[in-house]
Design a protein around this ligand. Sequence first.
Ligand SMILES: [Zn+2]
Length: 140
Amino acid sequence: MLYRILRAIRGGYGFAAMALFGLLFLTALALVFLLPVGSVVVLLGSILLLVLVWLGSEVLGYAERALARPLLRRETCPCCGGELVRTATSPVVDPALSPPIDPTPAAVLQCTRCPEMFLESGEVFREDPDFRVAARRGAR
Ligand SMILES: [Zn+2]
């Protein structure tokens, strides 16, 4: 339950941060005409806030992985409670194409109930769609 709440927060975190900085931009824009010093303060504050927002993102990611790891060890899906199956991924690589930026890991835990896949570190695994297409082309 806590994992799902944290994951939902992490899912919307980027858009919330973007909206916050958009509002700060509009505030700074309005302050240029009303109180020019205020816009400089908002600008400098935004630069410091960027570091805090990045730290918040890192903390959320760490907490999500830490909550998922015990469930993954019991081979239970943190999202739906379904059973996880360890899949060895060894896709066919087309030698004519360059290797993927984020190569497929050796083992992925795949849920049998929902489409989620996890790494052993607790991170959600998202397959590189370009690499998937290249692997299919290579398999033919
Ligand atoms: Zn699941």
